[in-house]
Design a protein around this ligand. Structure first.
Ligand SMILES: *[C@@H]1O[C@H](CO)[C@@H](O)[C@H](O)[C@H]1NC(C)=O
Ligand SMILES: *[C@@H]1O[C@H](CO)[C@@H](O)[C@H](O)[C@H]1NC(C)=O
Ligand SMILES: *[C@@H]1O[C@H](CO)[C@@H](O)[C@H](O)[C@H]1NC(C)=O
Ligand SMILES: *[C@@H]1O[C@H](CO)[C@@H](O)[C@H](O)[C@H]1NC(C)=O
Ligand SMILES: *[C@@H]1O[C@H](CO)[C@@H](O)[C@H](O)[C@H]1NC(C)=O
Ligand SMILES: *[C@@H]1O[C@H](CO)[C@@H](O)[C@H](O)[C@H]1NC(C)=O
Length: 470
Protein backbone atom coordinates (compact mmCIF):
# COMPACT_ATOMS: atom_id res chain seq x y z
CA UNK A 1 0.00 0.00 0.00
CA UNK A 2 2.10 2.81 -1.33
CA UNK A 3 -0.02 5.65 0.00
CA UNK A 4 0.34 4.58 3.61
CA UNK A 5 4.10 4.16 3.26
CA UNK A 6 4.43 7.57 1.62
CA UNK A 7 2.47 9.12 4.42
CA UNK A 8 4.50 7.52 7.17
CA UNK A 9 7.92 8.30 5.78
CA UNK A 10 7.24 11.71 4.28
CA UNK A 11 9.71 14.07 5.87
CA UNK A 12 8.49 17.45 6.96
CA UNK A 13 10.46 20.53 7.84
CA UNK A 14 8.68 22.92 10.17
CA UNK A 15 7.11 22.53 13.57
CA UNK A 16 3.45 22.50 12.57
CA UNK A 17 3.86 19.48 10.40
CA UNK A 18 4.55 16.50 12.60
CA UNK A 19 1.94 13.83 12.08
CA UNK A 20 -0.25 13.64 15.11
CA UNK A 21 -1.47 10.52 16.79
CA UNK A 22 -5.10 11.46 16.07
CA UNK A 23 -4.49 11.32 12.36
CA UNK A 24 -5.12 8.14 10.42
CA UNK A 25 -4.97 7.19 6.77
CA UNK A 26 -8.75 7.44 6.64
CA UNK A 27 -8.17 11.18 7.12
CA UNK A 28 -5.82 11.49 4.16
CA UNK A 29 -6.59 12.79 0.69
CA UNK A 30 -4.33 12.43 -2.34
CA UNK A 31 -3.33 14.65 -5.25
CA UNK A 32 -1.56 13.01 -8.19
CA UNK A 33 0.33 15.67 -10.11
CA UNK A 34 1.39 13.29 -12.84
CA UNK A 35 -2.18 12.36 -13.79
CA UNK A 36 -3.90 15.32 -15.41
CA UNK A 37 -7.50 15.32 -16.56
CA UNK A 38 -7.83 18.24 -18.98
CA UNK A 39 -8.59 21.91 -18.56
CA UNK A 40 -10.71 23.29 -15.70
CA UNK A 41 -14.38 23.27 -16.70
CA UNK A 42 -15.80 24.85 -13.52
CA UNK A 43 -18.48 22.21 -13.28
CA UNK A 44 -19.67 23.58 -9.92
CA UNK A 45 -19.85 27.27 -10.96
CA UNK A 46 -23.55 27.89 -11.10
CA UNK A 47 -26.42 28.62 -8.76
CA UNK A 48 -30.19 28.60 -8.87
CA UNK A 49 -32.00 31.96 -8.97
CA UNK A 50 -29.72 34.60 -7.38
CA UNK A 51 -29.83 36.96 -10.37
CA UNK A 52 -31.83 40.21 -10.37
CA UNK A 53 -34.89 40.37 -12.60
CA UNK A 54 -33.65 43.14 -14.84
CA UNK A 55 -31.49 43.23 -17.93
CA UNK A 56 -28.93 44.64 -18.26
CA UNK A 57 -28.22 43.43 -14.81
CA UNK A 58 -27.32 45.59 -11.83
CA UNK A 59 -24.51 43.23 -10.75
CA UNK A 60 -21.29 44.10 -12.63
CA UNK A 61 -20.28 41.25 -14.90
CA UNK A 62 -16.90 40.66 -13.25
CA UNK A 63 -18.72 39.26 -10.21
CA UNK A 64 -20.01 36.50 -12.50
CA UNK A 65 -17.02 35.95 -14.76
CA UNK A 66 -14.47 35.81 -11.91
CA UNK A 67 -16.15 32.68 -10.54
CA UNK A 68 -16.24 31.01 -13.95
CA UNK A 69 -20.05 31.24 -14.10
CA UNK A 70 -21.32 28.32 -16.22
CA UNK A 71 -25.06 27.93 -15.58
CA UNK A 72 -28.00 29.73 -14.09
CA UNK A 73 -31.62 28.83 -13.48
CA UNK A 74 -34.80 30.79 -12.97
CA UNK A 75 -38.57 30.87 -13.36
CA UNK A 76 -39.83 33.72 -11.18
CA UNK A 77 -40.17 31.84 -7.88
CA UNK A 78 -41.77 33.64 -4.94
CA UNK A 79 -42.80 36.70 -6.95
CA UNK A 80 -46.09 37.57 -5.30
CA UNK A 81 -47.47 40.73 -6.85
CA UNK A 82 -50.50 40.79 -9.09
CA UNK A 83 -49.28 39.91 -12.55
CA UNK A 84 -46.36 37.78 -11.25
CA UNK A 85 -47.94 34.71 -9.65
CA UNK A 86 -47.80 32.20 -12.47
CA UNK A 87 -50.10 30.48 -14.97
CA UNK A 88 -52.22 28.88 -12.26
CA UNK A 89 -53.48 32.37 -11.36
CA UNK A 90 -53.82 33.94 -14.82
CA UNK A 91 -52.19 34.39 -18.20
CA UNK A 92 -50.98 37.84 -17.10
CA UNK A 93 -49.42 36.32 -13.99
CA UNK A 94 -47.65 33.83 -16.22
CA UNK A 95 -46.35 36.70 -18.32
CA UNK A 96 -44.85 38.39 -15.26
CA UNK A 97 -42.96 35.24 -14.36
CA UNK A 98 -41.85 34.76 -17.95
CA UNK A 99 -40.44 38.31 -17.88
CA UNK A 100 -38.34 37.39 -14.81
CA UNK A 101 -37.23 34.16 -16.51
CA UNK A 102 -36.29 35.97 -19.70
CA UNK A 103 -34.30 38.66 -17.85
CA UNK A 104 -32.32 35.92 -16.06
CA UNK A 105 -31.81 34.10 -19.36
CA UNK A 106 -30.44 37.26 -20.97
CA UNK A 107 -28.02 37.82 -18.10
CA UNK A 108 -26.76 34.25 -18.34
CA UNK A 109 -26.32 34.42 -22.10
CA UNK A 110 -24.55 37.79 -21.96
CA UNK A 111 -22.01 36.11 -19.67
CA UNK A 112 -21.70 32.93 -21.73
CA UNK A 113 -23.58 30.76 -19.23
CA UNK A 114 -26.29 28.24 -20.07
CA UNK A 115 -29.78 28.77 -18.73
CA UNK A 116 -32.19 26.28 -17.17
CA UNK A 117 -35.90 26.93 -16.79
CA UNK A 118 -37.76 26.20 -13.57
CA UNK A 119 -41.01 25.38 -15.32
CA UNK A 120 -42.97 24.69 -12.13
CA UNK A 121 -42.37 28.35 -11.16
CA UNK A 122 -43.88 29.62 -14.40
CA UNK A 123 -46.84 27.41 -13.74
CA UNK A 124 -46.92 28.84 -10.17
CA UNK A 125 -46.78 26.02 -7.61
CA UNK A 126 -46.45 28.61 -4.82
CA UNK A 127 -49.88 30.00 -5.76
CA UNK A 128 -51.59 26.71 -6.57
CA UNK A 129 -53.47 26.54 -3.27
CA UNK A 130 -51.89 23.39 -1.84
CA UNK A 131 -53.83 20.18 -1.43
CA UNK A 132 -57.22 21.72 -2.13
CA UNK A 133 -55.92 23.70 -5.06
CA UNK A 134 -55.54 23.04 -8.75
CA UNK A 135 -52.78 20.79 -10.08
CA UNK A 136 -51.98 19.52 -13.59
CA UNK A 137 -53.85 16.31 -14.34
CA UNK A 138 -56.42 16.52 -11.55
CA UNK A 139 -59.31 14.23 -12.41
CA UNK A 140 -57.29 13.04 -15.40
CA UNK A 141 -57.59 16.46 -17.05
CA UNK A 142 -54.35 17.91 -18.40
CA UNK A 143 -55.99 20.32 -20.86
CA UNK A 144 -55.07 23.53 -18.99
CA UNK A 145 -51.53 22.28 -18.34
CA UNK A 146 -51.15 21.38 -22.03
CA UNK A 147 -52.19 24.91 -22.92
CA UNK A 148 -49.53 26.22 -20.52
CA UNK A 149 -46.88 24.01 -22.13
CA UNK A 150 -47.87 25.24 -25.62
CA UNK A 151 -47.65 28.87 -24.46
CA UNK A 152 -44.24 28.37 -22.84
CA UNK A 153 -42.90 26.41 -25.82
CA UNK A 154 -43.89 29.29 -28.12
CA UNK A 155 -42.38 31.95 -25.84
CA UNK A 156 -39.17 30.05 -25.35
CA UNK A 157 -38.78 29.39 -29.08
CA UNK A 158 -39.46 33.04 -29.91
CA UNK A 159 -37.12 34.56 -27.33
CA UNK A 160 -34.24 32.23 -26.53
CA UNK A 161 -31.28 30.65 -28.28
CA UNK A 162 -32.26 27.09 -27.54
CA UNK A 163 -28.77 25.66 -27.85
CA UNK A 164 -28.09 27.10 -24.41
CA UNK A 165 -31.43 26.35 -22.78
CA UNK A 166 -32.66 23.40 -20.70
CA UNK A 167 -36.32 22.82 -19.81
CA UNK A 168 -36.47 21.18 -16.35
CA UNK A 169 -39.83 19.42 -16.55
CA UNK A 170 -40.94 19.67 -12.92
CA UNK A 171 -39.07 20.52 -9.73
CA UNK A 172 -39.10 18.25 -6.66
CA UNK A 173 -42.37 16.38 -7.09
CA UNK A 174 -41.54 14.56 -3.85
CA UNK A 175 -41.14 17.69 -1.72
CA UNK A 176 -44.75 17.97 -0.74
CA UNK A 177 -46.82 20.06 -0.23
CA UNK A 178 -44.54 22.71 -1.76
CA UNK A 179 -43.89 21.64 -5.32
CA UNK A 180 -46.41 18.85 -5.85
CA UNK A 181 -49.34 17.58 -3.77
CA UNK A 182 -50.50 14.67 -5.87
CA UNK A 183 -49.37 11.11 -6.51
CA UNK A 184 -46.05 10.14 -8.03
CA UNK A 185 -47.99 8.62 -10.94
CA UNK A 186 -49.81 11.87 -11.74
CA UNK A 187 -46.43 13.60 -11.89
CA UNK A 188 -44.98 10.83 -14.10
CA UNK A 189 -47.95 11.28 -16.44
CA UNK A 190 -47.10 15.00 -16.56
CA UNK A 191 -43.44 14.22 -17.20
CA UNK A 192 -44.10 11.80 -20.05
CA UNK A 193 -46.63 14.02 -21.86
CA UNK A 194 -44.38 17.10 -21.51
CA UNK A 195 -41.35 15.30 -22.90
CA UNK A 196 -43.44 14.04 -25.82
CA UNK A 197 -44.93 17.49 -26.48
CA UNK A 198 -41.49 19.10 -26.57
CA UNK A 199 -39.90 16.43 -28.73
CA UNK A 200 -42.74 16.51 -31.22
CA UNK A 201 -42.20 20.26 -31.63
CA UNK A 202 -39.39 20.58 -34.18
CA UNK A 203 -38.85 24.25 -33.29
CA UNK A 204 -37.40 23.02 -29.97
CA UNK A 205 -35.00 20.41 -31.30
CA UNK A 206 -31.95 22.31 -30.06
CA UNK A 207 -33.27 22.64 -26.50
CA UNK A 208 -32.30 20.16 -23.81
CA UNK A 209 -34.77 18.54 -21.43
CA UNK A 210 -33.89 17.64 -17.86
CA UNK A 211 -35.50 15.58 -15.13
CA UNK A 212 -36.58 14.08 -12.82
CA UNK A 213 -35.26 16.74 -10.34
CA UNK A 214 -36.47 14.61 -7.44
CA UNK A 215 -35.61 16.18 -4.06
CA UNK A 216 -34.52 13.07 -2.15
CA UNK A 217 -31.37 11.26 -3.26
CA UNK A 218 -31.63 8.51 -5.88
CA UNK A 219 -31.58 4.96 -4.57
CA UNK A 220 -33.39 1.64 -4.73
CA UNK A 221 -35.97 2.69 -2.11
CA UNK A 222 -36.80 6.11 -3.53
CA UNK A 223 -40.29 5.42 -4.90
CA UNK A 224 -40.33 8.57 -7.03
CA UNK A 225 -37.24 7.34 -8.86
CA UNK A 226 -38.52 3.76 -9.16
CA UNK A 227 -41.92 4.96 -10.42
CA UNK A 228 -40.46 7.45 -12.90
CA UNK A 229 -37.51 5.63 -14.41
CA UNK A 230 -39.17 2.53 -15.91
CA UNK A 231 -41.94 4.63 -17.45
CA UNK A 232 -39.48 7.17 -18.84
CA UNK A 233 -37.62 4.23 -20.41
CA UNK A 234 -40.83 2.59 -21.61
CA UNK A 235 -42.03 5.79 -23.29
CA UNK A 236 -38.65 6.66 -24.77
CA UNK A 237 -38.69 9.92 -22.80
CA UNK A 238 -35.32 9.81 -21.05
CA UNK A 239 -34.11 13.40 -20.47
CA UNK A 240 -30.87 14.87 -21.83
CA UNK A 241 -29.66 15.47 -18.26
CA UNK A 242 -30.51 13.36 -15.26
CA UNK A 243 -31.17 16.04 -12.64
CA UNK A 244 -30.98 15.36 -8.94
CA UNK A 245 -30.75 17.35 -5.74
CA UNK A 246 -28.23 16.71 -2.97
CA UNK A 247 -29.45 18.78 -0.05
CA UNK A 248 -29.69 16.30 2.80
CA UNK A 249 -26.75 17.62 4.82
CA UNK A 250 -23.53 16.22 6.17
CA UNK A 251 -24.74 13.30 8.26
CA UNK A 252 -26.56 11.28 5.61
CA UNK A 253 -24.16 9.41 3.38
CA UNK A 254 -26.65 9.28 0.49
CA UNK A 255 -26.23 13.04 -0.08
CA UNK A 256 -22.74 12.57 -1.45
CA UNK A 257 -21.81 12.31 -5.16
CA UNK A 258 -19.61 9.34 -4.22
CA UNK A 259 -22.75 7.51 -3.13
CA UNK A 260 -25.13 8.80 -5.79
CA UNK A 261 -22.67 7.98 -8.57
CA UNK A 262 -23.09 4.35 -7.60
CA UNK A 263 -26.76 4.38 -6.58
CA UNK A 264 -27.82 6.09 -9.80
CA UNK A 265 -25.75 3.70 -11.90
CA UNK A 266 -27.45 0.72 -10.28
CA UNK A 267 -30.92 2.22 -10.81
CA UNK A 268 -30.13 2.83 -14.48
CA UNK A 269 -28.88 -0.73 -14.82
CA UNK A 270 -31.93 -2.19 -13.11
CA UNK A 271 -34.34 -0.40 -15.47
CA UNK A 272 -32.13 -0.69 -18.52
CA UNK A 273 -31.93 3.09 -18.82
CA UNK A 274 -29.24 4.83 -20.88
CA UNK A 275 -26.43 6.89 -19.34
CA UNK A 276 -26.78 10.67 -19.46
CA UNK A 277 -24.82 13.60 -18.09
CA UNK A 278 -25.75 14.01 -14.42
CA UNK A 279 -26.69 17.50 -13.34
CA UNK A 280 -26.96 18.13 -9.60
CA UNK A 281 -29.15 21.13 -10.15
CA UNK A 282 -29.32 21.95 -6.45
CA UNK A 283 -26.33 21.08 -4.28
CA UNK A 284 -25.40 21.82 -0.63
CA UNK A 285 -27.61 22.14 2.45
CA UNK A 286 -27.82 25.51 4.23
CA UNK A 287 -25.33 24.34 6.89
CA UNK A 288 -22.81 23.66 4.11
CA UNK A 289 -22.80 27.26 2.86
CA UNK A 290 -19.36 27.90 4.38
CA UNK A 291 -15.91 27.64 2.74
CA UNK A 292 -15.20 24.08 3.91
CA UNK A 293 -18.56 22.95 2.55
CA UNK A 294 -18.31 24.80 -0.76
CA UNK A 295 -14.85 23.36 -1.42
CA UNK A 296 -15.90 19.82 -0.56
CA UNK A 297 -18.77 20.12 -3.07
CA UNK A 298 -16.53 21.57 -5.78
CA UNK A 299 -14.05 18.73 -5.35
CA UNK A 300 -16.77 16.06 -5.26
CA UNK A 301 -18.68 17.29 -8.32
CA UNK A 302 -15.44 17.65 -10.28
CA UNK A 303 -14.32 14.12 -9.40
CA UNK A 304 -17.57 12.50 -10.51
CA UNK A 305 -17.91 14.71 -13.59
CA UNK A 306 -21.28 15.99 -12.38
CA UNK A 307 -22.49 19.43 -13.41
CA UNK A 308 -23.67 21.42 -10.41
CA UNK A 309 -25.76 24.40 -9.40
CA UNK A 310 -25.50 25.66 -5.85
CA UNK A 311 -28.75 25.59 -3.92
CA UNK A 312 -30.26 28.84 -2.72
CA UNK A 313 -31.61 29.10 0.81
CA UNK A 314 -32.45 32.80 0.68
CA UNK A 315 -35.99 34.11 0.33
CA UNK A 316 -37.92 37.08 -1.03
CA UNK A 317 -35.91 39.58 -3.06
CA UNK A 318 -32.66 38.04 -1.81
CA UNK A 319 -33.61 34.88 -3.70
CA UNK A 320 -33.48 37.03 -6.85
CA UNK A 321 -30.11 38.64 -5.99
CA UNK A 322 -26.85 37.66 -4.21
CA UNK A 323 -25.84 34.48 -6.15
CA UNK A 324 -27.42 32.12 -3.64
CA UNK A 325 -25.47 33.72 -0.79
CA UNK A 326 -22.04 34.00 -2.40
CA UNK A 327 -22.61 37.75 -2.41
CA UNK A 328 -23.80 40.13 0.25
CA UNK A 329 -23.99 43.94 0.43
CA UNK A 330 -21.87 46.41 2.38
CA UNK A 331 -24.89 47.90 4.12
CA UNK A 332 -27.95 45.70 3.82
CA UNK A 333 -28.21 42.55 1.68
CA UNK A 334 -32.01 42.80 1.87
CA UNK A 335 -32.00 46.14 0.00
CA UNK A 336 -32.77 44.74 -3.43
CA UNK A 337 -32.02 47.86 -5.47
CA UNK A 338 -28.74 48.64 -3.66
CA UNK A 339 -25.61 47.94 -5.65
CA UNK A 340 -22.98 47.90 -2.89
CA UNK A 341 -22.21 44.23 -3.61
CA UNK A 342 -19.50 42.59 -1.53
CA UNK A 343 -18.10 39.07 -1.14
CA UNK A 344 -19.74 36.79 1.43
CA UNK A 345 -17.91 33.73 2.82
CA UNK A 346 -18.11 31.64 -0.34
CA UNK A 347 -17.24 34.23 -2.95
CA UNK A 348 -13.43 34.16 -2.53
CA UNK A 349 -13.56 30.36 -2.75
CA UNK A 350 -15.41 30.37 -6.08
CA UNK A 351 -13.26 33.25 -7.30
CA UNK A 352 -10.09 31.26 -6.56
CA UNK A 353 -11.66 28.25 -8.31
CA UNK A 354 -12.79 30.30 -11.31
CA UNK A 355 -9.82 32.64 -11.72
CA UNK A 356 -6.65 31.37 -10.05
CA UNK A 357 -6.87 27.66 -10.75
CA UNK A 358 -5.51 27.48 -14.29
CA UNK A 359 -3.75 24.81 -16.32
CA UNK A 360 -4.74 21.17 -16.07
CA UNK A 361 -6.83 19.44 -13.43
CA UNK A 362 -4.91 16.86 -11.42
CA UNK A 363 -6.43 13.59 -10.32
CA UNK A 364 -7.37 13.59 -6.65
CA UNK A 365 -8.78 11.15 -4.12
CA UNK A 366 -10.89 12.26 -1.13
CA UNK A 367 -10.21 10.96 2.35
CA UNK A 368 -11.66 7.52 3.05
CA UNK A 369 -13.68 8.90 5.99
CA UNK A 370 -15.42 11.16 3.39
CA UNK A 371 -14.86 14.45 5.26
CA UNK A 372 -11.90 15.91 3.32
CA UNK A 373 -11.82 16.46 -0.40
CA UNK A 374 -9.45 18.32 -2.68
CA UNK A 375 -9.59 19.93 -6.13
CA UNK A 376 -6.21 20.63 -7.73
CA UNK A 377 -4.74 22.18 -10.85
CA UNK A 378 -1.25 22.17 -12.34
CA UNK A 379 -0.65 25.56 -13.99
CA UNK A 380 2.27 26.78 -16.02
CA UNK A 381 3.39 28.71 -12.93
CA UNK A 382 2.04 26.97 -9.83
CA UNK A 383 0.26 23.94 -8.45
CA UNK A 384 -2.95 25.04 -6.70
CA UNK A 385 -5.23 23.09 -4.41
CA UNK A 386 -8.51 23.81 -2.73
CA UNK A 387 -9.08 21.61 0.32
CA UNK A 388 -12.33 21.37 2.27
CA UNK A 389 -13.17 19.36 5.37
CA UNK A 390 -16.96 19.23 5.03
CA UNK A 391 -18.14 21.36 7.97
CA UNK A 392 -16.14 19.19 10.30
CA UNK A 393 -13.02 19.43 12.48
CA UNK A 394 -9.97 17.24 12.96
CA UNK A 395 -6.43 16.74 11.76
CA UNK A 396 -6.31 15.83 8.09
CA UNK A 397 -3.55 15.47 5.55
CA UNK A 398 -3.04 15.78 1.84
CA UNK A 399 -0.41 13.60 0.24
CA UNK A 400 0.74 15.32 -2.95
CA UNK A 401 2.31 12.70 -5.21
CA UNK A 402 4.10 12.84 -8.53
CA UNK A 403 6.27 15.86 -7.70
CA UNK A 404 8.74 14.78 -10.36
CA UNK A 405 6.14 15.79 -12.92
CA UNK A 406 6.42 19.43 -11.74
CA UNK A 407 10.21 19.47 -11.51
CA UNK A 408 11.05 18.38 -7.95
CA UNK A 409 13.61 15.64 -7.49
CA UNK A 410 13.84 13.45 -4.41
CA UNK A 411 15.10 15.53 -1.47
CA UNK A 412 14.18 18.85 -3.08
CA UNK A 413 12.38 21.38 -0.90
CA UNK A 414 8.88 22.52 -1.81
CA UNK A 415 7.72 25.86 -0.38
CA UNK A 416 3.96 25.62 0.06
CA UNK A 417 1.92 28.82 0.56
CA UNK A 418 -1.25 28.36 2.58
CA UNK A 419 -4.37 30.53 2.49
CA UNK A 420 -7.47 30.18 4.58
CA UNK A 421 -11.02 31.18 3.71
CA UNK A 422 -12.44 32.28 7.04
CA UNK A 423 -15.94 33.57 6.46
CA UNK A 424 -18.75 31.71 8.19
CA UNK A 425 -21.90 33.39 6.90
CA UNK A 426 -23.76 34.32 3.75
CA UNK A 427 -24.41 37.81 5.15
CA UNK A 428 -21.11 39.15 6.54
CA UNK A 429 -18.63 40.85 4.21
CA UNK A 430 -15.22 39.16 3.84
CA UNK A 431 -12.09 39.97 1.83
CA UNK A 432 -11.92 39.19 -1.87
CA UNK A 433 -9.05 36.72 -1.41
CA UNK A 434 -8.10 34.15 1.21
CA UNK A 435 -5.94 35.07 4.21
CA UNK A 436 -2.26 34.22 3.85
CA UNK A 437 -1.22 31.64 6.44
CA UNK A 438 2.46 31.69 5.50
CA UNK A 439 4.83 29.40 3.67
CA UNK A 440 5.93 25.98 4.89
CA UNK A 441 8.79 23.94 3.49
CA UNK A 442 8.52 20.21 2.85
CA UNK A 443 11.17 17.95 1.45
CA UNK A 444 10.27 15.46 -1.23
CA UNK A 445 10.41 11.80 -0.22
CA UNK A 446 9.31 9.09 -2.63
CA UNK A 447 8.10 11.73 -5.10
CA UNK A 448 5.63 13.07 -2.50
CA UNK A 449 5.04 15.59 0.27
CA UNK A 450 2.39 15.53 2.99
CA UNK A 451 0.54 18.72 3.90
CA UNK A 452 -1.20 18.63 7.26
CA UNK A 453 -4.53 20.44 7.64
CA UNK A 454 -5.37 21.44 11.19
CA UNK A 455 -9.10 21.96 10.89
CA UNK A 456 -9.99 23.59 14.21
CA UNK A 457 -13.06 25.55 13.03
CA UNK A 458 -15.52 23.55 10.96
CA UNK A 459 -16.18 26.35 8.42
CA UNK A 460 -12.59 27.11 7.36
CA UNK A 461 -11.58 26.29 3.80
CA UNK A 462 -8.02 26.07 2.52
CA UNK A 463 -5.90 26.77 -0.54
CA UNK A 464 -2.33 25.53 -0.93
CA UNK A 465 0.05 26.61 -3.71
CA UNK A 466 3.62 26.05 -4.77
CA UNK A 467 5.78 26.82 -7.77
CA UNK A 468 6.11 24.53 -10.75
CA UNK A 469 9.82 24.15 -11.58
CA UNK A 470 10.34 23.59 -15.27
C1 LIG B 1 -45.74 5.43 -20.56
O1 LIG B 1 -46.13 6.37 -19.60
C2 LIG B 1 -47.44 6.17 -19.08
C3 LIG B 1 -47.66 7.26 -18.06
O2 LIG B 1 -47.98 8.46 -18.68
C4 LIG B 1 -47.58 4.83 -18.43
O3 LIG B 1 -48.93 4.62 -18.03
C5 LIG B 1 -47.16 3.75 -19.38
O4 LIG B 1 -47.14 2.53 -18.70
C6 LIG B 1 -45.79 4.04 -19.93
N1 LIG B 1 -45.43 3.07 -20.93
C7 LIG B 1 -44.47 2.21 -20.77
C8 LIG B 1 -44.25 1.25 -21.89
O5 LIG B 1 -43.75 2.20 -19.78
C1 LIG C 1 -19.10 6.73 -11.40
O1 LIG C 1 -19.89 5.66 -11.83
C2 LIG C 1 -19.58 5.21 -13.11
C3 LIG C 1 -20.64 4.23 -13.53
O2 LIG C 1 -20.76 3.21 -12.59
C4 LIG C 1 -18.20 4.60 -13.08
O3 LIG C 1 -17.83 4.13 -14.36
C5 LIG C 1 -17.22 5.69 -12.64
O4 LIG C 1 -15.93 5.14 -12.49
C6 LIG C 1 -17.64 6.31 -11.35
N1 LIG C 1 -16.79 7.46 -11.11
C7 LIG C 1 -15.91 7.51 -10.15
C8 LIG C 1 -15.03 8.73 -10.11
O5 LIG C 1 -15.82 6.64 -9.31
C1 LIG D 1 -7.52 8.81 -10.23
O1 LIG D 1 -7.41 8.28 -8.92
C2 LIG D 1 -8.32 7.24 -8.66
C3 LIG D 1 -8.24 6.89 -7.20
O2 LIG D 1 -6.93 6.71 -6.80
C4 LIG D 1 -8.01 6.08 -9.57
O3 LIG D 1 -8.91 5.03 -9.32
C5 LIG D 1 -8.14 6.54 -10.99
O4 LIG D 1 -7.75 5.49 -11.86
C6 LIG D 1 -7.24 7.72 -11.25
N1 LIG D 1 -7.50 8.26 -12.58
C7 LIG D 1 -6.60 8.30 -13.52
C8 LIG D 1 -7.01 8.91 -14.80
O5 LIG D 1 -5.47 7.86 -13.35
C1 LIG E 1 3.41 9.08 -11.12
O1 LIG E 1 4.11 9.21 -9.91
C2 LIG E 1 4.22 8.02 -9.16
C3 LIG E 1 4.94 8.36 -7.88
O2 LIG E 1 4.22 9.28 -7.16
C4 LIG E 1 4.98 7.00 -9.98
O3 LIG E 1 5.01 5.80 -9.26
C5 LIG E 1 4.28 6.78 -11.29
O4 LIG E 1 5.03 5.91 -12.08
C6 LIG E 1 4.10 8.10 -12.02
N1 LIG E 1 3.31 7.87 -13.21
C7 LIG E 1 3.54 8.49 -14.36
C8 LIG E 1 2.59 8.20 -15.46
O5 LIG E 1 4.48 9.25 -14.53
C1 LIG F 1 -5.62 34.82 -7.01
O1 LIG F 1 -5.76 35.74 -8.07
C2 LIG F 1 -5.98 37.09 -7.68
C3 LIG F 1 -6.02 37.95 -8.92
O2 LIG F 1 -6.88 37.47 -9.84
C4 LIG F 1 -4.85 37.59 -6.78
O3 LIG F 1 -5.18 38.86 -6.28
C5 LIG F 1 -4.64 36.63 -5.63
O4 LIG F 1 -3.51 37.03 -4.89
C6 LIG F 1 -4.42 35.21 -6.16
N1 LIG F 1 -4.11 34.26 -5.09
C7 LIG F 1 -4.91 33.98 -4.08
C8 LIG F 1 -4.39 33.01 -3.09
O5 LIG F 1 -6.04 34.40 -3.98
C1 LIG G 1 -19.81 24.22 13.23
O1 LIG G 1 -19.31 24.97 14.30
C2 LIG G 1 -20.22 25.93 14.83
C3 LIG G 1 -19.48 26.77 15.86
O2 LIG G 1 -18.81 25.96 16.76
C4 LIG G 1 -21.43 25.20 15.41
O3 LIG G 1 -22.36 26.14 15.89
C5 LIG G 1 -22.05 24.37 14.30
O4 LIG G 1 -23.11 23.62 14.84
C6 LIG G 1 -21.03 23.45 13.68
N1 LIG G 1 -21.64 22.80 12.50
C7 LIG G 1 -21.66 21.52 12.35
C8 LIG G 1 -22.35 21.02 11.13
O5 LIG G 1 -21.16 20.75 13.13
Amino acid sequence: MKSLRTLLIAACIGPALALTSRQTTSQTAFVDLNTTLGKPEHLASGWIYGIPDNFPNQIPSSWYTDVGFRWGKGGGAQLGSTGQRGWVVSLDDYKGRFASTLANYKTCRALGADFHIYVHDLWGTDHAGGKNGKWPGDGGDFSDYDKFVRQLMADVAANMDLRYVTWDIWNEPDIQPYFWVRSAQQWVDLYVRTHKAIRSNRALDAMKISGPAIGFAPGPSNSFWTTWLPQAVGNNTIPDFYTLHLLGGINDVTYDPAYTNTSLASLLKKYNAPARQVFVNEYAAAEEMVPSGYIWWIARLERYGMFGMLANWLGGTQLHDLFGGLLTKEKNPAAYAATDYAPAAGYPVYRYYGTNMTGQRANTTGSADRWLDVYATVGADRVRMLAGVRVHTGTYSIVVRGLGAVGYASGAVVGVDAYSFDGASTKAVVGMVGTSRGKTSYSVVNDAITIVVHQTANHTGWAFEFDVKR
